[in-house]
Design a protein around this ligand. Sequence first.
Ligand code: ADP
Length: 599
Amino acid sequence: MCKMKNIRQIGKFLKNICYIIKIVFQAAPGITTKMIICNIFLGILVSFNVYIWKYFVDTAVISLESGKIGAPAFWLISLAVCTGVVNLLTKLSTYYREIGQEYMNCKVANIIMGKIDELNMEHFDNPKVYDAVEKVSNESVARCISIIVMLVTLLRYLTTFIGIIIVIISLSNTIAALMCITMIPIFYVSISIALRQYNIYSERVQNVRLADYLKEISLKYENIKELKIYNAIIFLKNKIVCIYEKYIAEDKKYKKRFLYELTGTDILQYIFSTIIKIYTVFKVITEKGTIGDLTMYISALDSLENSIRTILDSVASLYSDNLYIDNLVELDNMRSGMEDTGKRELSSDFKTIEFQNVSFKYPYTDTYVLKDLSIKFENGKTYALVGSNGSGKTTFIKLLMRLYDPQKGEILIDGVSIKEYSLKSIYKNIGVIFQDFIKYPLTARENIGIGNVEEMNKLKNIEKAAKVSGADDFIEKLKNGYDTLLQKEWDNGSELSIGQWQKIAISRSVLRNSGILILDEPSSALDPKSEYEMFEKMKMLMRDKMSIMITHRFSNVRIVDQIFVMQEGKVVEFGSHEDLMLKKGIYYNLYSLQADYYK
Ligand code: ADP
C-alpha cells in the first residue's frame, strides 16, 4: 500500500518536472537553452581541473630535478584559463537565470489571468481556488526557476560526478561506493525537512492571505476615512501582527529542529569522509603513487563529495519545489466546469427571455435561494425587480447571464435553452451594471472603454456613452480630460465621487450596445435630478430593447412597464405600478412606506 503511494508520488514528481520544463521552454526557449549549455560546460571543466592539477604537480616535481619549467608552466596556464572560463560561465549562467525569472513572472501571470477568465463563477465560490491562486502567485515563479536551476545544476554535477568517479574507480571501486553510501543520511534528512516545510506552509496559506488582504484594504483611499473614524487601523494592525507573531514563534521551534538534524548528519558525513580520505592516502602510498596521484585523488574525493552532495541537495530541492508546483499544475489543469457547448450565436435583437420553474442554490450550500421561479421578459419593455435584501434579485441576474446554471428548470432566450448559445455571445449581448462595479485604476477613457474593448480607441463613441449618463460634464473638467487617471492612489490620479463613478459605470454599459441592459441599484448615489435625466436617456437608448432594473427606490420603479416583487427567492406579485397599487398587497405597503417617508 505504502509502496504504491511512493510510486505514485514519484510518478507525480516526474510529471511535474516535465510540466515545468515545458512551460519554462515556452516562456524563454533561447535563454533556457543557453543556460543548459553553460552548465554542461561548467560540469566538464570541473573534472578537467582535477586532471590538470595532477599533471601540474607531476611535471613540477620533474622540473625540480631537470630545471625545465616549460611543462609545469603550460599546465599552470591551462589551469588559469580553465578557472577563468569557469568564472565567466558561472556569471553567464546567473545572468540567464535572472532574465529567465522575468520571463517566468510574465508566463505565470499569463496562466493566472487566463484561468480567471476561463473558470466559471462556481470556482470562485470555493476558498480553495483562492488559496491555490495565492500559492501560485507567491511561490510558483521562484519555484519554477528554482526547478530549472536545480535541473541544470543536477546536469552540471552529474557530468562532474561521471568524470570524477572514473578517476576514483581507477584507484578503488570500494572507495567510490563508500563515498556514495555515506551521502544517503543527508539526502533522507533534506527530503524529510522539505516535506515538513511544505505542510507548514500549506496550513498557513489562508491566514497569510487574510493578513495580506487586510493590509490591502487598509491601503485603499476610499477606505481610509472609515478606518480612521472607527479607529480600525490599530485593530487590523494587531490582527496582522498577531498572525505574523504566531508564525515567528512556530518557526523558531521548527527551524531550530531542522538545524539540529542537518548539523547532526553533516558531522556524521564529515567523519565518514575523513576516514575514507585517510584510507585513500594509505592506499596511494602502499601502491607507490606519485605526489601528483595523491593530489589528484584527494582533490577528486573532495570534488566527488561536493558533487554527490550537490546532486542529492538538488534532488531534495527539486522534490520540495515540486510540492509548490502542484498548485500551478492543479490551477493550469482546472477546467471551466460549465460546458460551453452552445453552437448558436446570440445576436443583440433577441425578443424574449423566459425563466421556467427555475430553482437554484449556490455551490457548497444547501439552501435554495431561487425557488420555482417563472418570469418572462419581452423586447421593447422596461422591467423592475424589487424586494428586500437577500430575496434573490442579484442571483436572478447571475443566472440570466449564465454565470451559473440552475439545478432545476430552464432559461430560454427566444424559446431556445440558454445552454445552446455560446457563452461568449451571451456575455457580449448583456449589458450589466452591478452595485459593486469595478473602479479600475485606469484613465476615464479606459474605464468606459472596457465596456467594449473594441471601441477603446474610438473617443467619439466613448464621449457619446459618457453623455448618456451625464459623465461628460465632469470628465471634461478633469486635468487631462478623458486621459485622466482615475483613483487617487496613483501619480496624477483624480478621485471621483461615488455618484460620478456610477455615471462612469453606466457609460461603460451603454458603450456595450447590447440587447439587454441590467441595472443593479445603478443610481443609488445619484442626486434626484441626475437620476431622472439618466433614466430618460436610458429609456430612449433602450426603446427597442429590454431593460431590467433592480432597485430599492420606488420613485424610479413607477416609470417601468412591469414590476416583479420578490420575496425569499419567489416572485410574489407582478404588474404595472398602477396594477400593484390597486392590489394593495406587498408592493402597495412598501411603496406607501417610502412615500410616507418622503412626505
Ligand atoms: P439580493 O440581490 O436580493 O439582495 P442576492 O441574490 O444577492 O439577494 O442573495 C440571495 C441569497 O443568496 C442571500 O441569502 C445571499 O446570502 C445568498 N448568496 C449570494 N451570493 C452567494 C454566494 N456566492 N454563495 C452563497 N450564497 C450566496
